[in-house]
Write a protein that binds this ligand. Structure first.
Ligand code: MIG
Length: 819
């Protein structure tokens, strides 16, 4: 028997192997001296490895997390002559093969043809049950994901700590969100393949991503052993579909939540809210929501309204609603320690707050002064917290913004109007979480810290569901864990109004997207420090494409509404947001797709072009779905930029200039423009710009068509607000582009499926780069110039527009240009 030699001075000790045996569920258990491990295969071809000190694994955490239970697939097992084992599974959802060496435990994971996927080994434990394991990294492999992180797109060469934390304006170290998931991608001509790894650890986790040894990725937990799942690909889309199948996907948001949100710390009274609303409408700047930061509360007591600043919140919300604005209110987890405050009193009586080892309720200094923290890991605490939201929801607040939920606090007070003091992270390591009645269930805060915001958002989402059972909730969160997308959108916290932060928002949001969080965004214009006009222009141009688009800023800086930077910048901001509103059918379709498959809305180039090694390096361009590519300007003073175009034909948005990739090009990017490209074959559903989700666009629908031999789009329409779509209340239509012989183009619009009625309306098709046609046929009938009621077409400047009476029926358009 061989044992791994301990590294001198290493806190981890090697494992002495005892034996293995299959379980009745088709898993394999491995016994070591003082430790146990289990390998299980999932029906989708994923491989789970759990290990812990002792002779029993801790209970599966799915219930605590509200996830679906893990089901092991019945794998086939073979014992080989050399004392190794082969475990495999083949099924409709996925296939995998694992070659296992029991001593020392090593897993070689491969696909069903034996092509290697991942190699893991070197399992060690420290005395407290923290585990360490290593994954081999091949020379061409890049490592993405890890949720919300500073730095570039590819994390190879870095050391990362995943522990939820308020980095307090220092762009370094652990962040608010901890998602211990990564995607390994290899792209070279011969083999492009991806796989993903989730280290399901609720306490701090460490990753050495080839920093110490370039060919090793070292994973470490702080306790509770190891629970790791490898998700096979081969494409990035396959990996993310499997990963989100496990941890959950982004439910379809209400349409209004996809509009622009205007926020500031704080619109601190009703007059300010009214004024900003009025001005947004007067100036015609599209916006759907206004956020209320902490000053709406009475002495920062959560679930209260300040009696002077917000004397009539219900009336305000109602007024806002009439103008097409929703209100989103901030909620912090810290409950003011104040014996006259109902939420505190009740929570205390019911033992709902986190306590220390001596059963004393833990206090933390936050906005209201000394505060206590609800223990969201307990279902009864979550239910109680949900109920508290009535004070806000009854008044007509539509969405909840969960801040400070890492949880964060400090020792010195920060007040509005005073100098900003440096934050200090309170040391919460001694905090215990569990009902005092059941001391054996207590868990040290550090062991479950990363779940704090996740569980809070779970309660918040339930609050909205309870109040409006047939509406889609909107929750925004600063902290989160793997699967947070089931409950909340994520914004990336306090950034600075500086160019590097604009630039960095791209890889940060792309990695969050790859980590399952489709609905994400950064504060447009930067949170802290004052923004320059040029930076704001570039930021709102990019931010208009963020899945979650919110302008937000801190009190100690110049105001940041779109008109604060002069008329030229205001016009740029307005145009950017109008474009977002016009693009909404496309954006919405992407969210619908994400709900179904987990596919991110924002995608790095390699996601769509997995075999393109150059694409894998690009971190200042991104795909918005699979058809559009955005190449924002993120450099001060730049009025042009280099753009990488992967394989295929591309159209520049605006002038329809065509390029053949793969190649680098240089494009002009004056201050009022952001380079955007459509892939040939793209069918991009758009509509007329509106100022908010409640307005009726004109035209209601226009398909932007970029001709190619083949193209496909799925149009999804529903009421944008309720859950009726889950009961058939949506209309989907497949649109296909088929170019036959040269000079002939055919577009087929499928019949509507689903129950959502499409009221008769004038929809449009716009064919780009289209030579003057000789004939245009609509359902076989030749079209002429505009005529009342019937379909008609107009051609000018290389665009052919077909307008038709759209009742959701199928249609075929044929264009003959006789070339
Ligand atoms: O201690 O609520 O990231 O968006 O404006 C700061 C005030 C607390 C931090 C959030 C920020 C919010 C601010 N909050």
């Amino acid at each position: 028997m061989t044992t791994t030699q301990p590294v001198p001075g290493d806190r981890y000790r090697p494992l002495a192997f005892r034996g293995w045996q299959p379980t009745s569920a088709g898993e394999i258990d491995f016994a070591f001296d003082g430790a146990i491990a289990r390998i299980a295969l999932g029906p989708d071809g994923s491989v789970r490895l759990r290990a812990a000190l002792g002779d029993e694994l801790p209970p599966d955490p799915h219930e605590a997390l509200g996830r679906a239970a893990w089901r092991s697939a019945a794998g086939e097992l073979r014992e080989n002559d050399d004392a190794t084992l082969t475990l495999w599974h083949e099924g409709p959802l996925g296939s995998v093969r694992v070659d296992i060496r029991p001593d020392p435990l090593t897993l070689g994971i491969g696909d069903r043809h034996g092509e290697p996927i991942a190699m893991l080994g070197g399992l060690h434990f420290d005395a407290r049950g923290g585990a360490r394991i290593k994954q081999m990294l091949g020379p061409g492999e890049r490592v993405f994901g890890f949720g919300e992180q500073h730095g570039g797109l590819d994390k190879r060469g870095q050391r990362l700590l995943l522990r939820t934390r308020d980095p307090a304006l220092t762009p370094r170290g652990a962040m608010y969100v901890a998602i211990p998931f990564y995607l390994v991608h290899r792209s070279d001509e011969a083999t492009a393949s991806s796989h993903g790894v989730l280290l399901d650890s609720f306490g701090a986790a460490r990753f050495d991503v080839g920093a110490t040894r370039p060919d090793r990725l070292v994973l470490e937990t702080d306790g509770d052993g190891l629970d790791l799942i490898v998700f096979p690909g081969p494409t990035p889309a396959d990996v993310i579909a499997r990963f989100t199948g496990r941890v959950g996907r982004t439910p379809r948001p209400p349409l209004w939540a996809l509009g622009h949100h205007q926020s500031r710390w704080s619109y601190a009274n009703e007059t300010q809210v009214r004024r900003v609303a009025e001005e947004l409408r007067e100036r015609g700047i599209p916006t759907d929501a206004i956020h209320l930061d902490i000053d709406y509360m009475d002495g920062y007591r959560v679930f209260t309204w300040h009696p002077k600043r917000f004397p009539a919140p219900a009336q305000l919300a109602e007024e806002m609603r009439r103008q097409g604005f929703r209100l989103v209110a901030i909620v912090d987890p810290g409950v003011k320690k104040d014996p006259d405050y109902e939420v505190y009193r009740e929570g205390l009586t019911r033992d709902h707050f986190c306590t220390d080892r001596n059963d004393r309720v833990t206090t933390l200094r936050v906005w209201p002064g000394d505060s206590v923290l609800p223990d969201f890991n307990r279902a009864e605490v979550r239910a109680w917290w949900s109920e508290q939201h009535r004070a806000l929801l009854d008044a007509g607040v539509s969405g909840i913004w969960n801040d400070m939920n890492e949880p964060a606090g400090w020792k010195s007070d920060l007040r509005l109007g005073r100098v900003m003091l440096p934050y200090r992270q309170q040391d919460l390591s001694a905090m215990q979480q569990a009902p005092p009645a059941a001391p054996e269930l207590r868990v040290a805060h550090e062991r479950v810290r990363n779940l704090y915001g996740y569980q809070e958002c779970r309660a918040t989402r339930a609050a909205l569901e309870n109040a409006h059972p047939d509406e889609r909730p909107f929750v925004l969160s600063r902290s989160g864990y793997a699967g947070i997308q089931r409950f909340a959108a994520i914004w990336t916290g306090d950034n600075l109004a500086r160019w590097p932060h604009l630039r960095e928002s791209i890889p940060m949001l792309l990695n969050l997207s790859l980590s399952g969080v489709a609905f994400c965004g950064a504060d447009i214009g930067g949170f802290a420090l004052s923004c320059t006009p040029e930076l704001y222009a570039r930021w709102i141009q990019l931010g208009a494409f963020y899945p979650f688009a919110r302008t937000h800023s801190m009190w100690a800086k110049k105001r940041q509404e779109p008109w604060r930077f002069g008329p030229e910048i205001e016009a740029i901001a307005k145009a950017a947001l109008e474009f977002r509103m016009a693009l909404m059918p496309h954006l919405y379709g992407l969210f619908c797709e994400s709900e179904r498959s987990g596919a991110p809305v924002w995608r790095p180039l390699f996601y769509e072009f997995p075999g393109d090694a150059e694409a894998a390096k690009i971190e200042d361009q991104f795909m918005l779905g699979s058809e559009l590519m955005v190449a924002p300007v993120v450099t001060r003073g730049a009025r042009e930029r280099r753009v990488y175009l992967p394989e295929g034909r591309w159209f520049a948005w605006g002038d329809d200039a065509q390029y053949l990739g793969p190649r680098w090009i240089r494009v002009a990017a004056p201050l009022d423009s952001i380079p955007l490209f459509a892939r040939a074959g793209a069918i991009v559903p758009m509509r007329g710009a509106v100022r908010h989700a409640g307005e009726i666009p004109d035209p209601p629908l226009r398909l932007e068509i970029f001709p190619e031999a083949e193209g496909f789009a799925r149009l999804v329409e529903d009421d944008g607000l309720s859950l009726a779509y889950q009961r058939g209340g949506e209309a989907t239509r497949d649109v296909r582009l088929r170019a036959h012989a040269a000079g002939r183009l055919r577009l087929e619009i499928g019949r509507r499926e689903g129950d959502f009625p499409i009221e008769p309306r004038r929809s449009q098709l716009r064919f780009h780069a289209c030579p003057r046609p000789q004939r245009v046929l609509f359902d076989g009938e030749e079209l002429g110039a505009p005529a009342q009621g019937a379909a008609h077409c107009t051609w000018s400047g290389g665009h052919l527009i077909v307008a038709f009476e759209d009742r959701g029926d199928g249609a075929v358009v044929e264009i003959e240009s006789g070339a």
